[in-house]
Design a protein around this ligand. Structure first.
Ligand code: HEC
Length: 111
């Protein structure tokens, strides 16, 4: 039995680490603030409106909301593809702004 415990103990350690590493709740973010940021920073390239048709390069926010989960959207906003022309936002916006943007984008998936 002590042998078994020795083997199981290391398996328990990663759990708290994973919980801490999880992104902060996107639900707490402010979609209305995200909409304002989107108008200011994103609308010159993306169609940011609710119910916008599917479009590629750049995709409309409404279509991104359907085909990407929130954590992937967050990742793509924080570290955009270099050829997208988006990197300028990286230097200006705060973590909270990114979360609000993601809250706005994901809200577009609801009918
Ligand atoms: C200069 C034009 C431009 C601006 C401004 C811009 N984008 Fe983009 N964005 C693009 C292009 C082009 C792509 C597609 C690039 C790719 O994925 O290869 C893209 C891709 C994305 C994606 C990934 C889409 C996918 O396929 O998963 C997200 C999310 C996104 N943009 C969000 C934003 C947000 C939020 C803003 C405002 C803060 C913004 N973009 C501003 C041009 C722009």
């Amino acid at each position: 039995m002590p042998m078994l415990r020795k083997m199981l103990l290391p398996l328990l350690f990663p759990v708290p680490v994973l919980v801490l590493a999880m992104p902060q709740s996107v639900c707490a973010a402010d979609a209305a603030a995200g909409r304002k940021l989107a108008e200011q920073w994103c609308a010159k390239c993306h169609d940011i409106n609710k119910g916008a048709p599917f479009k590629l390069n750049p995709p409309s926010f409404a279509s991104i909301a359907v085909y990407r989960p929130p954590d992937i959207i967050l990742g793509k906003v924080i570290t955009p593809a270099m050829h997208s022309g988006m990197p300028e936002t990286l230097w200006t916006l705060q973590r909270e702004d990114f979360e609000n943007l993601v809250a706005y984008i994901t809200s577009l998936a609801e009918n």
